[in-house]
Design a protein around this ligand. Structure first.
Ligand SMILES: [Zn+2]
Length: 235
Protein backbone atom coordinates (compact mmCIF):
# COMPACT_ATOMS: atom_id res chain seq x y z
CA UNK A 1 0.00 0.00 0.00
CA UNK A 2 2.37 2.65 -1.15
CA UNK A 3 3.11 4.95 -4.08
CA UNK A 4 0.09 7.21 -3.89
CA UNK A 5 -0.44 9.38 -6.91
CA UNK A 6 -2.08 12.55 -5.79
CA UNK A 7 -1.80 15.19 -8.43
CA UNK A 8 -3.15 18.61 -7.77
CA UNK A 9 -3.64 20.09 -11.19
CA UNK A 10 -5.05 23.56 -11.58
CA UNK A 11 -7.03 23.95 -14.77
CA UNK A 12 -6.34 27.64 -15.14
CA UNK A 13 -2.77 28.70 -14.66
CA UNK A 14 -0.43 26.83 -12.39
CA UNK A 15 1.43 29.30 -10.27
CA UNK A 16 5.01 28.14 -10.09
CA UNK A 17 6.40 27.08 -6.76
CA UNK A 18 8.27 30.30 -6.19
CA UNK A 19 7.47 31.51 -2.76
CA UNK A 20 6.71 35.07 -1.87
CA UNK A 21 6.81 33.96 1.73
CA UNK A 22 9.94 34.99 3.59
CA UNK A 23 12.03 31.91 4.47
CA UNK A 24 11.75 32.63 8.17
CA UNK A 25 7.99 32.47 7.89
CA UNK A 26 7.79 29.09 6.18
CA UNK A 27 5.25 26.94 7.93
CA UNK A 28 6.31 23.75 9.61
CA UNK A 29 4.32 20.63 8.89
CA UNK A 30 3.76 17.45 10.81
CA UNK A 31 6.22 14.84 9.43
CA UNK A 32 3.36 12.63 8.26
CA UNK A 33 1.93 15.27 5.90
CA UNK A 34 2.56 14.25 2.30
CA UNK A 35 4.79 16.12 -0.11
CA UNK A 36 1.87 16.83 -2.47
CA UNK A 37 -0.24 18.32 0.29
CA UNK A 38 2.61 20.50 1.53
CA UNK A 39 3.30 21.66 -2.03
CA UNK A 40 -0.31 22.59 -2.58
CA UNK A 41 -0.41 24.49 0.72
CA UNK A 42 2.81 26.35 -0.10
CA UNK A 43 1.49 27.15 -3.57
CA UNK A 44 -1.63 28.64 -2.00
CA UNK A 45 0.49 30.70 0.41
CA UNK A 46 2.57 31.90 -2.50
CA UNK A 47 -0.58 32.97 -4.36
CA UNK A 48 -1.90 34.76 -1.31
CA UNK A 49 1.42 36.53 -0.86
CA UNK A 50 0.93 37.98 -4.33
CA UNK A 51 -2.68 38.97 -3.54
CA UNK A 52 -3.96 36.17 -5.81
CA UNK A 53 -6.57 35.24 -3.26
CA UNK A 54 -9.01 33.27 -5.42
CA UNK A 55 -6.57 30.55 -6.55
CA UNK A 56 -5.20 30.44 -3.02
CA UNK A 57 -8.66 29.77 -1.61
CA UNK A 58 -9.40 27.19 -4.31
CA UNK A 59 -6.29 25.22 -3.35
CA UNK A 60 -6.87 25.48 0.39
CA UNK A 61 -10.51 24.45 0.12
CA UNK A 62 -9.42 21.52 -2.03
CA UNK A 63 -6.99 20.42 0.69
CA UNK A 64 -9.71 20.71 3.31
CA UNK A 65 -12.29 19.06 1.04
CA UNK A 66 -14.98 21.51 2.10
CA UNK A 67 -17.57 19.86 -0.14
CA UNK A 68 -18.60 16.32 0.81
CA UNK A 69 -16.47 13.69 -0.92
CA UNK A 70 -18.76 10.89 -2.06
CA UNK A 71 -17.21 7.43 -2.24
CA UNK A 72 -18.77 4.62 -4.27
CA UNK A 73 -17.91 1.26 -5.77
CA UNK A 74 -17.56 0.60 -9.47
CA UNK A 75 -20.09 -2.22 -9.85
CA UNK A 76 -18.50 -3.47 -13.04
CA UNK A 77 -15.17 -4.04 -11.32
CA UNK A 78 -16.03 -5.99 -8.19
CA UNK A 79 -15.38 -9.68 -8.44
CA UNK A 80 -18.19 -12.05 -7.62
CA UNK A 81 -21.19 -10.57 -5.88
CA UNK A 82 -21.19 -6.84 -6.52
CA UNK A 83 -22.40 -6.10 -3.00
CA UNK A 84 -19.92 -8.17 -1.04
CA UNK A 85 -17.66 -5.21 -0.24
CA UNK A 86 -20.31 -2.59 0.56
CA UNK A 87 -20.09 -2.95 4.32
CA UNK A 88 -16.29 -3.07 4.24
CA UNK A 89 -16.06 0.15 2.27
CA UNK A 90 -18.58 1.79 4.62
CA UNK A 91 -16.46 0.72 7.57
CA UNK A 92 -13.37 2.15 5.89
CA UNK A 93 -15.14 5.52 5.77
CA UNK A 94 -16.37 4.96 9.32
CA UNK A 95 -12.78 4.72 10.56
CA UNK A 96 -12.24 8.36 9.63
CA UNK A 97 -15.69 9.39 10.83
CA UNK A 98 -14.87 7.98 14.25
CA UNK A 99 -11.49 9.66 14.32
CA UNK A 100 -12.42 13.12 13.02
CA UNK A 101 -15.35 15.36 13.77
CA UNK A 102 -15.14 16.83 10.27
CA UNK A 103 -14.52 13.85 8.00
CA UNK A 104 -15.39 14.85 4.43
CA UNK A 105 -16.21 11.31 3.27
CA UNK A 106 -19.77 10.12 2.65
CA UNK A 107 -21.02 6.97 0.98
CA UNK A 108 -22.38 7.57 -2.52
CA UNK A 109 -26.08 6.78 -2.62
CA UNK A 110 -27.00 7.43 -6.22
CA UNK A 111 -25.25 4.72 -8.19
CA UNK A 112 -26.07 6.41 -11.51
CA UNK A 113 -23.82 9.41 -10.90
CA UNK A 114 -20.07 9.06 -10.68
CA UNK A 115 -18.99 9.49 -7.06
CA UNK A 116 -16.12 11.83 -6.22
CA UNK A 117 -13.99 8.78 -5.48
CA UNK A 118 -14.77 5.66 -7.50
CA UNK A 119 -13.43 2.43 -5.99
CA UNK A 120 -12.35 -0.27 -8.40
CA UNK A 121 -11.64 -3.76 -7.09
CA UNK A 122 -8.84 -5.26 -9.15
CA UNK A 123 -6.82 -8.46 -9.09
CA UNK A 124 -3.48 -6.68 -9.18
CA UNK A 125 -1.89 -3.32 -9.79
CA UNK A 126 0.89 -3.19 -12.30
CA UNK A 127 2.98 -0.46 -10.78
CA UNK A 128 6.79 -0.38 -10.73
CA UNK A 129 7.04 -4.02 -9.77
CA UNK A 130 5.81 -3.31 -6.26
CA UNK A 131 3.41 -5.55 -4.41
CA UNK A 132 0.66 -3.02 -3.90
CA UNK A 133 -2.62 -3.59 -2.13
CA UNK A 134 -4.16 -0.27 -3.03
CA UNK A 135 -3.65 3.01 -4.81
CA UNK A 136 -5.48 6.29 -5.17
CA UNK A 137 -5.31 8.71 -8.04
CA UNK A 138 -6.86 12.10 -7.46
CA UNK A 139 -6.99 15.29 -9.42
CA UNK A 140 -8.16 18.67 -8.31
CA UNK A 141 -9.32 21.05 -10.98
CA UNK A 142 -9.08 24.66 -9.91
CA UNK A 143 -10.84 27.48 -11.67
CA UNK A 144 -10.88 31.10 -10.70
CA UNK A 145 -11.29 34.63 -11.85
CA UNK A 146 -10.84 37.87 -9.94
CA UNK A 147 -13.75 37.34 -7.60
CA UNK A 148 -14.67 33.65 -7.55
CA UNK A 149 -13.09 30.23 -7.40
CA UNK A 150 -14.13 26.61 -7.64
CA UNK A 151 -12.35 23.33 -7.18
CA UNK A 152 -13.47 19.92 -8.28
CA UNK A 153 -12.04 16.61 -7.12
CA UNK A 154 -12.09 13.46 -9.22
CA UNK A 155 -10.54 10.37 -7.73
CA UNK A 156 -10.17 6.67 -8.47
CA UNK A 157 -9.17 4.20 -5.80
CA UNK A 158 -7.86 0.75 -6.71
CA UNK A 159 -8.20 -2.00 -4.13
CA UNK A 160 -6.41 -5.25 -4.89
CA UNK A 161 -8.77 -7.89 -3.59
CA UNK A 162 -6.22 -10.71 -3.67
CA UNK A 163 -3.39 -11.31 -1.22
CA UNK A 164 -1.28 -14.42 -1.55
CA UNK A 165 -3.70 -17.04 -2.84
CA UNK A 166 -6.84 -15.79 -1.13
CA UNK A 167 -9.25 -12.84 -1.28
CA UNK A 168 -8.91 -10.04 1.22
CA UNK A 169 -10.88 -10.40 4.42
CA UNK A 170 -13.59 -7.87 5.21
CA UNK A 171 -11.33 -6.12 7.74
CA UNK A 172 -8.49 -5.99 5.24
CA UNK A 173 -10.70 -4.26 2.66
CA UNK A 174 -11.74 -1.69 5.27
CA UNK A 175 -8.11 -1.09 6.15
CA UNK A 176 -7.03 -0.56 2.54
CA UNK A 177 -9.92 1.85 1.92
CA UNK A 178 -9.09 3.83 5.08
CA UNK A 179 -5.39 3.91 4.13
CA UNK A 180 -6.12 5.34 0.69
CA UNK A 181 -8.56 7.90 2.13
CA UNK A 182 -5.74 8.84 4.52
CA UNK A 183 -3.75 9.94 1.48
CA UNK A 184 -6.64 12.20 0.43
CA UNK A 185 -6.56 13.72 3.91
CA UNK A 186 -2.93 14.61 3.31
CA UNK A 187 -1.03 11.73 4.91
CA UNK A 188 2.06 10.11 3.48
CA UNK A 189 3.01 6.44 3.75
CA UNK A 190 4.63 5.31 6.98
CA UNK A 191 7.17 2.57 7.71
CA UNK A 192 5.56 1.49 10.93
CA UNK A 193 2.84 -1.11 11.31
CA UNK A 194 0.86 0.90 13.82
CA UNK A 195 -2.00 2.93 12.42
CA UNK A 196 -3.29 3.01 8.88
CA UNK A 197 -0.50 4.39 6.76
CA UNK A 198 2.16 1.69 7.13
CA UNK A 199 2.64 -1.28 4.81
CA UNK A 200 -0.16 -3.82 4.37
CA UNK A 201 0.37 -6.92 6.47
CA UNK A 202 -1.79 -9.85 5.38
CA UNK A 203 -3.81 -11.28 8.22
CA UNK A 204 -3.17 -8.35 10.56
CA UNK A 205 -5.52 -5.54 9.51
CA UNK A 206 -5.33 -2.28 11.45
CA UNK A 207 -8.59 -0.39 11.74
CA UNK A 208 -7.73 2.94 13.36
CA UNK A 209 -5.24 5.73 12.73
CA UNK A 210 -2.26 5.99 15.06
CA UNK A 211 -2.05 8.96 17.41
CA UNK A 212 0.60 10.45 15.17
CA UNK A 213 -1.54 10.06 12.06
CA UNK A 214 -4.51 11.64 13.79
CA UNK A 215 -2.34 14.53 15.03
CA UNK A 216 -1.03 15.05 11.51
CA UNK A 217 -4.49 15.21 9.94
CA UNK A 218 -5.92 17.46 12.63
CA UNK A 219 -2.93 19.81 12.68
CA UNK A 220 -2.82 20.08 8.91
CA UNK A 221 -6.55 20.73 8.61
CA UNK A 222 -6.23 23.43 11.26
CA UNK A 223 -3.31 24.97 9.37
CA UNK A 224 -5.43 25.07 6.22
CA UNK A 225 -8.38 26.60 8.08
CA UNK A 226 -6.17 29.24 9.68
CA UNK A 227 -4.78 30.18 6.29
CA UNK A 228 -8.29 30.42 4.79
CA UNK A 229 -9.33 32.68 7.69
CA UNK A 230 -6.21 34.78 7.21
CA UNK A 231 -7.00 35.28 3.51
CA UNK A 232 -10.67 36.00 4.10
CA UNK A 233 -9.65 38.73 6.55
CA UNK A 234 -7.80 40.41 3.67
CA UNK A 235 -10.66 40.26 1.16
ZN1 LIG B 1 -0.19 4.42 0.66
Amino acid sequence: VNLPKLSLLPLVGLSAFTFAVAPGKSPTFHPMVSHDSKSCFMSAMSDAGKNKFQPALAKLEALLMVDPVTVGIDRTSACGSSNQYDKDVARGLGIWHSALNDSPFVLAKDSSARPTVLIKFVKSIDNQGGDLQGMIEAEHEFKWNGSQHTSKLVGTMYVVYRTGNRNLSHDEVSEVVAHELGHLLGLTDADTTTGLMGPFVAGAPRLAPSGSELDAVQQFRQQVRDEIDHIEDQL
